[in-house]
Every structure is written in structure tokens, then in C-alpha cells.
Design a protein around this ligand. Structure first.
Ligand code: THU
Length: 137
């Protein structure tokens, strides 16, 4: 069966794959790329940047988010996103990145990523059903 995906998700997957070539990952050699589609139609990408102090590493998804806010400001909304890698491995967004994305991402935003059974697409809220939030009284 041929896979059916919205053409925009294919564009995001392609852009994510392209930016992964810029990955700085001498420690894991895992080259990840992320592409965000913003409400205004802009696409913003990011790749993982590792550090000799491992915990300082920034994932591709958060690199893209930081870039999106820096370029377009704090009101950005993410309408769709793709994460991929150059290693031919599964790469759903890590837990920390899901929480970071939750701040800016619509619950129904489709998230595309390679899984063990091929590219999967699921609504963001299924990846992180109960993101923490701070409601000050
Ligand atoms: N990585 C990402 O860029 N995104 C994820 O969602 C998972 C992990 C990166 C971090 C590190 O540079 C490498 O992949 C191995 O964990």
C-alpha cells in the first residue's frame, strides 16, 4: 500500500532531513533534524548540537523552537512538525522536547517521525497527553 501523507508533511520531512546534515554530533553520531510549520506558513528548522559535557547538548526540536521564537517572536504557534535523522533509525521526539514543544504547539498538530514500522504521523496531544503547565491564581 502506498503511504498517504499531506504534502506539507513530506516537505517538513525533507527540510528536517536537509538540516540534519548540519548536525554537530561527534559523540553519538546521531544526526537529527526537525522542521516546524508555523501558523504564518513559515518553516523553521533545527539540528542537534552536542557538547563534551553531554548534558549541555541541545536536541534538534529545541534548536528549531529557539530559532522560531528568535526569528518570529513569542506568539508563534506550531501547526505541524517533522523530526528525522540521517541514521535510518526511529526518532520520535524525546520527552524533554515534547514538553518544550507543548508550550507552542497545537494539540491537533500532526507530528511526523520515523518509527520502527516506517514514518508515523500522530497528533501532538497523543505524544504528550498531559503536559505540565503553570496556572497562577
Ligand atoms: N536527539 C535529538 O536531537 N532529538 C531527540 O528528540 C532525541 C535525541 C539528539 C540528542 C543527541 O545529540 C543525540 O540525538 C543522541 O541522543
Amino acid at each position: 500500500m502506498t503511504e498517504q501523507r499531506a504534502p506539507m508533511l513530506d516537505t517538513l520531512l525533507e527540510q528536517a532531513q536537509k538540516v540534519a546534515e548540519n548536525s554537530y554530533s561527534p559523540y553519538s553520531n546521531f544526526k537529527v533534524g526537525a522542521a516546524l510549520l508555523l501558523a504564518g506558513g513559515e518553516i523553521v528548522t533545527g539540528t542537534n548540537v552536542e557538547n563534551t559535557s553531554y548534558g549541555v547538548t541541545i536536541c534538534a526540536e529545541r534548536a528549531a523552537l529557539v530559532q522560531a521564537v528568535s526569528r518570529f517572536g513569542p506568539e508563534i504557534r506550531v501547526h505541524a512538525l517533522a523530526v528525522t535523522n540521517l541514521n535510518g533509525a526511529a526518532s520520535p521526539p524525546c520527552g524533554a522536547c515534547r514538553q518544550a514543544l507543548a508550550e507552542f504547539t497545537e494539540a491537533e498538530a500532526p507530528v511526523a517521525f520515523p518509527a520502527s514500522d516506517g514514518v508515523r504521523v500522530m497528533p501532538f496531544a497523543e505524544l504528550l497527553p498531559l503536559a505540565t503547565e503553570m496556572k497562577l491564581k
